[in-house]
Design a protein around this ligand. Structure first.
Ligand code: EPZ
Length: 418
């Protein structure tokens, strides 16, 4: 197992390239199962989760070739296994995204139930109810979803609550269903729009991307295409916060400010000066950090995936703040480790009350989930002394070469075997 060793209190400077979005690339790769011709996908990030998805669809019979570090060609012409085994799904919940495409194209799928994870129970009832509404017969047996459908039929389905991968799964399934499907209370995330535009480029008929209602008119077949994955807004927000807490000036090449409106507004309230251009975001922050209270919500609100990172910002702010987590029931795993580094945080159910401190102390800490580990990296960048973060496979799931990127801009970070 590997860990990161980070020497704190170095300011950062320079520019870095934002990678492709994990949460856009994963559904787009699953969507390739809908098409029997070769598809090319560019700007795919080099991440553990991407490798897991490659292993999963390769196991099914998909042919994948890498034409560069971040470009793949995927050909799902011959699928021999409509089966997603537990030992792959348990390491990456997003494997559930193969369910809709397999059912829509082949009329059958056996996919392991993902089970919960550190941040919550993560049910998939909406995925299942939506596919049943489209005429699928679904049985849950021995931890697996057994799904069959001669041909899915268009339906009207409303999500409650909003579900990102639920929206992705049903939108993909509806592309090859008979007739029209209306999805209500959909996810409006940029990753859903990226997926939808990819499906349209394959010949799907989709309207309403980015709105609460998506209308899909089923077609008989989808065809070859090429697409580019959008930049990762969560990675970009993580580095913007790194600049604020280290009082640095950073330029994030490839970051799309339009995907980060609310987070940028919040960071400007916290004292950052942020300039945005077509292809980059530049942040300067030399002032004291002003505390910013917020509540997480579905896009375009403050994403739950930057809640842990924003908590580090508030831990170092001049004053008190509160954070309300409304999406997942257990997404405060980072609090215990931050408290061990000297943070003053009190939890009351899904609300964290924070009193800023002037300094964090280095410590040996352990990553528990992807975004919590990003928060620990941020805390280590400003802590007094040398912090070691164990189990950083969590962070490698969603951040491409984070140690190399941080070292490039002046952080003292090394990856070691633990
Ligand atoms: C996606 O997860 C992201 N993952 C998550 O990012 C992100 O935190 C989350 O959306 C919210 O934005 C990917 O896109 C691969 P949801 P997802 O379905 O789709 C409840 C990261 O760090 N729900 O939008 O699994 C659920 O319990 C990861 O990159 C049901 O009740 O999340 C939660 O309370 C972590 N039934 C809420 O909806 C369902 O069938 C939102 O979950 C599905 C979801």
């Amino acid at each position: 197992m590997q860990k990161l060793r980070i020497k704190g209190r170095y300011s950062l400077n320079g520019e870095l390239n934002i990678s492709g979005s994990k949460n856009a690339a994963l559904p787009i790769m699953a969507a390739c199962l809908l098409c029997s011709e070769e598809v090319e996908i560019d700007n795919i990030p080099a991440l553990r989760d991407i490798n897991t998805m490659i292993r999963l669809i390769t196991y099914m019979g998909v042919k994948i070739s890498k034409t560069s570090d971040n470009t793949v060609k995927i050909n799902a012409h011959r699928i021999k296994e409509k089966f997603a085994p537990y030992d792959l799904v348990k390491t990456m919940r997003a494997s559930i995204l193969v369910l809709g495409p397999l059912l829509a194209r082949f009329g059958e799928a056996v996919v392991s139930l993902p089970g919960g994870c550190a941040i919550g129970a993560r049910p998939v009832n909406l995925h299942i109810e939506g596919l049943k509404a489209m005429g699928a017969e679904i049985d849950l047996k021995n931890g697996y979803i057994h799904a069959k459908a001669r041909r899915l039929k268009g339906c009207e389905f409303s999500f409650n609550p909003v579900s990102v991968t639920g929206t992705a799964n049903l939108m993909m399934a509806a592309c090859l269903a008979e007739g029209a499907t209306i999805l209500n209370n959909c996810a409006k995330e940029p990753e859903i729009v990226n997926l939808g535009e990819f499906l349209i480029s394959m010949g799907a008929k989709i309207n309403g991307l980015g709105s609460d209602h998506i209308l899909i008119e089923g077609v008989d077949k989808l065809e070859a295409t090429a697409c580019r994955v959008i930049p990762d807004r969560i990675e970009a927000a993580t580095f913007l916060i790194a600049a604020l807490i280290t009082k640095s000036n950073l330029k994030l090449n490839g970051a799309l400010a339009e995907h980060l409106r609310e987070p940028i507004n919040l960071l400007e309230e916290a004292g950052a000066s942020i300039s945005i251009a077509q292809e980059f975001i530049e942040v300067t922050s030399l002032n004291e950090i002003i505390p910013v209270s917020f509540t997480t919500s579905p896009y375009p609100g403050i994403p739950t995936d930057i809640q842990a990172q924003l908590m580090v910002l508030n831990v170092l702010a001049q004053g008190e703040s509160s954070i309300e987590e409304t999406i997942f029931e257990n997404r405060f795993m980072h609090v215990l480790e931050l408290q061990r580094m000297g943070a003053n945080i009190k939890l009351q159910s899904n609300i964290a009350k924070i009193k800023g401190v002037s300094q964090l102390q280095s410590a040996q800490v352990m990553a528990t989930d992807l975004r919590a580990s990003a928060a620990l990296v941020l805390a280590a960048l400003v802590a007094n002394g040398e912090t070691e973060i164990d189990r950083i496979y969590h962070i490698d799931r969603g951040y491409e070469n984070i140690d190399k990127k941080l070292s490039l801009i002046g952080a003292q970070v090394e990856r070691i075997e633990s």
